[in-house]
Design a protein around this ligand. Structure first.
Ligand SMILES: N[C@@H](CCC(=O)N[C@@H](CS)C(=O)NCC(=O)O)C(=O)O
Length: 212
């Protein structure tokens, strides 16, 4: 049995659900025992991070480690291409999301509520996110083109966050044409469409609950 520890608006949990959906897997989802950040959950997952996956008693945390594990255990349909170079490129795309684009967005998370907004930070992160999107456009030009892969799972969720936060924080984001095209292609992927259909209302509901 696959059990995913997740909370409703967790960005990386949504990324992992896209991989699970793409693989056609079924799973049950539980909130972290004891609550988010609890000592009880840290007894299960040392880092206390979400998401974490329990597969028949084997527990693994971190969305990248989980996706690679799913690829090893459930190879069809593949999330990685066949050649070493194309696999490396797909992993590069994934790491770019987790270590470059998403952190530029995450820097705003503590400043979403109206009374904690910081116009200077919003301007700086608008520039940082736009720069990362420009870099992503250039990365995409180098392939790989396998329809959908491991490196694509995080982007639809982060793009949705950028959209949802832009009007609230007055972000000014430059979307390169190549990234717009990529985004549209991802949105047509059934696993992405299914995840976003449930995720977007939760995301906007949560943002509204912060006071907007
Ligand atoms: N690199 C990690 C990042 C996961 C992450 O940042 N998760 C957030 C929730 S979306 C979290 O657990 N934050 C609390 C913490 O880092 O202690 C992954 O890919 O799983």
């Amino acid at each position: 049995m696959l059990t995913l520890y997740a909370i409703p608006v967790s960005l990386y949990s949504a990324k992992t659900r896209i991989a699970l959906r793409y693989k056609g897997l079924t799973w049950r989802e539980l909130p972290p025992p004891g609550g988010y950040g609890s000592a009880e959950y840290k007894q299960i997952v040392a880092s206390g991070n979400l998401p974490a996956l329990d597969h028949d008693g084997f527990l693994i945390a971190d969305s990248e480690a989980i996706a690679e594990y799913l690829e090893d255990r459930f190879p069809e349909p593949p999330l990685l291409p066949a050649t070493p170079q194309a696999r490396a490129r797909m992993r590069e795309r994934s790491r770019f999301h987790d270590t470059r684009l998403e952190p530029a967005l995450r820097a705003l998370f503590a400043h979403i509520a109206p009374d904690s907004r910081d116009p200077g930070l919003n301007a700086r992160q608008s520039a940082a996110i736009s720069e990362r999107l420009g870099q992503l456009g250039r990365l995409l030009a180098g392939g790989p083109d396998m329809g959908f892969g491991l490196g694509d799972c995080g982007y639809p969720v982060t793009f949705a966050w950028i959209d949802a936060m832009s009007p609230r924080l007055g972000l000014d984001i430059a979307w390169p044409d190549r990234v717009r095209d990529y985004r549209a292609r991802l949105a047509d992927t059934p696993a992405v469409a299914a995840e976003l259909a449930g995720y977007l209302p939760r995301l906007t509901g949560w943002l509204d609950s912060t006071g907007d």
